[in-house]
Design a protein around this ligand. Structure first.
Ligand code: HEM
Length: 150
């Protein structure tokens, strides 16, 4: 009797745990939580505007900023990259981060400045800390491919 009761309790506890898990297990993809492609596009527009106004790094983007087609292509790649990396229905067809930034001589401080501009854009759209952290956490590992100068 004790064993039956114990087994039942074990089963009951397990069932209870499974039933109370959905909020955790069924969490939506970061892409959905960010607000989908429209929200990501708005963040990228703001981010690129901030980069263009950022004296620490905007010289890198002079060619893109001066050519509307090139700027649109660059923004589109950023949107696709964020959309795909956050679990959205996009395909990033641009270069890998090492090839895209090869020969630019980007420093760690410049990388941090660009991330700061992205944080500014995410804050402007009130992206919550959790989602902001997940997105930035995905970019951190790219630093070693992008930074090539001290
Ligand atoms: C996590 C950080 C970064 C991400 C995710 C990122 C992403 C990208 C992407 C997706 C492209 C387009 C690649 C292609 O054309 O196929 C690109 C290009 C470029 N990136 Fe970055 N990048 C980062 C950091 C930086 C930094 C720190 C700089 C300079 C300070 C920089 C400067 C550039 C420039 C100049 C281009 C070429 C733009 C053009 O003229 O078309 N990037 N980047």
């Amino acid at each position: 009797m004790r064993t039956i009761l114990k087994n039942f309790c074990g089963f009951g506890m397990a069932a209870l745990m499974v039933l109370s898990m959905p909020a955790f297990a069924q969490q939506k993809a970061l892409y959905e939580r960010l607000g989908g492609k429209g929200a990501i596009t708005a963040v990228v527009d703001e981010f690129v505007a901030r980069v263009a106004a950022d004296a620490k790094i905007n010289r890198y983007f002079a060619a893109a900023a001066g050519d509307p087609a090139r700027l649109a292509s660059f923004k589109g790649k950023l949107v696709d990259q964020i959309c795909a990396a956050s679990g959205g229905p996009c395909t990033y067809a641009g270069k890998n981060m090492k090839d895209a930034h090869a020969g630019m001589g980007i420093t760690g401080a410049e990388f941090d400045a660009l991330v700061g501009d992205l944080v500014g854009a995410l804050d402007k759209f009130k992206v919550p800390e959790k989602e902001k952290g997940e997105l930035l956490g995905g970019l951190g590992p790219m630093k070693t491919d992008i930074v090539t100068r001290k």
